[in-house]
Design a protein around this ligand. Structure first.
Ligand code: SAH
Ligand code: SF4
Length: 389
């Protein structure tokens, strides 16, 4: 079996090249061809020695993921569905804004955490993605969009958020090399502030991330007390709020930003009352550091719940969301309300369900989806159809 070079960060690729008897700078050249130019064909890599190209042909390949569909929202958001084999598919979402282009990447097919308000959580866990499968989403989106926008040598994706399907910190070993390739100057060259890992609160892995690859951290809080959080985010039973906040405190020593972002999904009548806001204020403002300081530097990002039929939950009315935001802001906590993007194509937060749910009909559904599959070479129409009727 030959190696997929998308599975490596630069260190891994250097080790691979060493096994082929090649020097480190060859790995750097190769890495740049793959990630900066989007090349997959070794013969295209003109400055690599012929002998190395011959060795690579026998031992390696660069393989992205098959695209099952590409759907574009009225607001410009684009969602791709990638086939990861055995009936599983994952989703990746590009969100263009005036000053940035953000790619939301999946880390697992499904998710084992099972949050009540999350469509991915409802479908259950299928498997971890490999480093190559995580990176393939960025590799494909970046180079596809460059071609489409006619920006051959200009970066299109300026920010990455690990907020697609799955809990990234439950796929730690594959995640970290992927993050390193995103940050590498010979790779995507993104700054640590522009790469965000979002977690439901896997405390030991928050600590490891701080040591190994401290990028921006977002923590999905969703409740101000353990009783409610146990119910909404079952992982809270293992890592309750006090432990989670202590891990956030430790992370701040390494974090590229001097605050933690707390995400809070606004659920009608569940966690959106003034009393919940007051408890949240007390939780973060009253947090006592190990050294006696008080108050956890943080920002809140309130996410209007994106409903899906099985959840039995409803979105908080807009007025209640702004009242809630005002209570936090008045207490001196920077609070934003997330604009919902791409909800007409089910690409908004928590609507990503991939294709794992109904395995019995998966082959049939995939065949139907292939009808609207868009190939990388084909310039997409200005607006594609919804992937599925
Ligand atoms: N597993 C990670 C990252 C993926 S979820 C995590 O939970 O943080 C990305 C964000 O979308 C999280 O904050 C999650 O709580 C939120 N989310 C999930 N389902 C949602 C829904 N139906 N509506 C709005 N936000 C949702
Ligand atoms: Fe998993 Fe995050 Fe969804 Fe919870 S919100 S089920 S952790 S993907």
């Amino acid at each position: 079996m030959t190696a997929n070079l998308l599975d490596f960060d630069l260190e891994g690729l250097a080790a691979f090249c060493e096994r082929l008897g090649e020097k480190r700078f060859r790995a750097t050249q190769l890495f740049r061809w793959i990630h900066q130019k989007g090349a997959a064909d070794f013969d295209q890599m003109s400055d690599l020695a012929k002998s190395l190209r011959a060795k690579l042909h026998g031992s390696a390949h660069v393989s992205g993921l098959p695209v099952l569909s590409c759907t574009e929202s009225a607001d410009g958001t684009i969602k791709w569905l990638f086939d990861v084999g055995h009936g599983d598919a994952v989703e990746t979402v590009f969100i263009p804004e005036d000053d940035r282009g953000t790619l939301c990447i999946s880390s697992q097919a499904g998710c084992a955490v099972g949050c009540r308000f999350c469509s991915t959580g409802h479908q259950g866990f299928s498997r971890n993605l490999s480093t190559g499968e995580i990176l393939a989403q960025l590799w494909y989106a970046e180079h596809h969009l460059r071609k489409r926008l006619g920006k051959v040598d200009e970066r299109v994706i300026s920010n990455v958020v690990m907020m697609g399907m799955g809990e990234p910190l439950q796929n730690y070993n594959a995640l970290v090399p992927a993050l390193r390739a995103m940050l590498d100057d010979h790779g995507y060259g993104l700054s640590r502030r522009r790469v965000t890992v979002s977690t439901s609160g896997v405390v030991p892995m928050i600590d490891r991330l701080g040591q190994d690859c401290p990028v921006a951290l977002a923590v999905s809080l969703h409740a101000p007390n353990d009783a409610l959080r146990d119910h909404l985010v079952p992982l809270n039973r293992k890592y309750p709020l006090a432990e989670l906040l202590a891990a956030c405190e430790r992370y701040l020593a390494h974090a590229p930003r001097d605050f933690i972002t707390f995400e809070y999904c606004m659920l009608d009548g569940v966690n959106d009352q003034p009393e919940h806001a007051r408890q949240l204020i007390e939780l973060v403002r009253g947090h006592r550091w190990a050294d006696g300081r008080v108050g956890l530097p943080c920002k809140f990002n309130l996410i209007p719940f994106n409903p899906f039929p099985e959840s039995g939950l409803m979105r908080s009315p807009a007025g209640r969301v702004s009242e809630f935001a005002a209570l936090l802001s008045d207490a001196g906590i920077v609070t934003t309300v997330r604009k919902t993007r791409g909800d007409d194509i089910a690409a908004a937060c928590g609507q990503l369900a991939g294709d794992v749910k109904d395995r019995t009909q998966v082959v049939e559904r995939m065949a139907r989806r292939r009808v609207v599959m868009i190939h990388p070479e084909t310039p997409p129409p200005s607006r594609t159809k919804k992937a599925e009727a």
